[in-house]
Structures are given as C-alpha cells and as structure tokens.
Ligand binder design. Structure first.
Ligand SMILES: [Fe+2]
Ligand SMILES: [Fe+2]
Length: 130
C-alpha cells in the first residue's frame, strides 16, 4: 500500500498523520508467513484503536452530527480485526487472516477515507476555520 495523496490525503494533518502511520505499519510486513501476518495485524489493531479514539474525540468535541454512524463503523472494524486475529490458530483461520490483510483491509481503508473520514475532515475544517 502506498499513501496516495489524491485518494488518502484529507488535507487535515490531525487525521492524515494516523492514516500515514496505518500504511507504514501495513507495509512493515516482511515475510509471507502466517506468523508475520498475525504480528502486523496486532500492530495495526493497536494503532487503529488510537486512530479511532482520536477521531471520536474530535467528533464529540466539535459536535459532529454523524458521530454515531461513524463510531459504529469504527467499532465494527475493530471487532473484525480482533475476530480474525483470534481465529488465526487454525489453518482456515490463518488463510482468512491473510486474505483479510491483503484484500479486505486495504479496500476498507480506501472506502472509509473517501467516505466517512473525508466527510468528517470537511466538517472539521469548516468548523475550525469559521
Ligand atoms: Fe481515519
Ligand atoms: Fe474514521
């Protein structure tokens, strides 16, 4: 994964920095082994908790009207990550974790940034600059 300015940048550093960190951790995968996928997923989960917590603080501080919808989506993703990590002690579970990492996660990330996060950053930029 590459941090793609046209797709990923919200031009709002408070949020962009977490998104760049996400990609950096994602790219730290060195080996094509189930152990490696699991370890990187655990790091992503920890960083994503901070990332979401930060966005949720911004939402509540600035009374973002779609806070419930956005936070519910965050909860769903954290649940998925935990679920796939915990399930990775079987052969099938390891295959699922790998395909989640290679396909599900990047596609979720792109979609979330262009939809919910971009809506939130526009709202915040307007709020803060007015
Ligand atoms: Fe985000
Ligand atoms: Fe978000």
């Amino acid at each position: 994964m590459e941090f793609d300015n046209t797709k990923h940048s919200l031009n709002f550093e408070e949020m962009d920095s977490y998104h760049r960190d996400f990609i950096e951790i994602y790219n730290s995968l060195e080996y094509d082994t189930s152990e490696a996928y699991k370890n990187v997923m655990i790091k992503i989960l920890e960083q994503t908790k901070l990332h979401f917590c930060h966005e949720e603080e911004l939402m509540s501080k600035h009374k973002y009207p779609r806070i419930k919808e956005h936070s519910d989506e965050h909860k769903k993703v954290l649940y998925e990550m935990e679920y796939f990590i915990n399930g990775s002690n079987t052969i099938v579970g390891r295959k699922i974790l790998k395909s989640y990492f290679l396909e599900g996660l990047p596609s979720w990330f792109d979609t979330h940034l262009v939809s919910m996060d971009s809506d939130l950053s526009s709202f915040l930029k307007e709020k803060i600059n007015s």
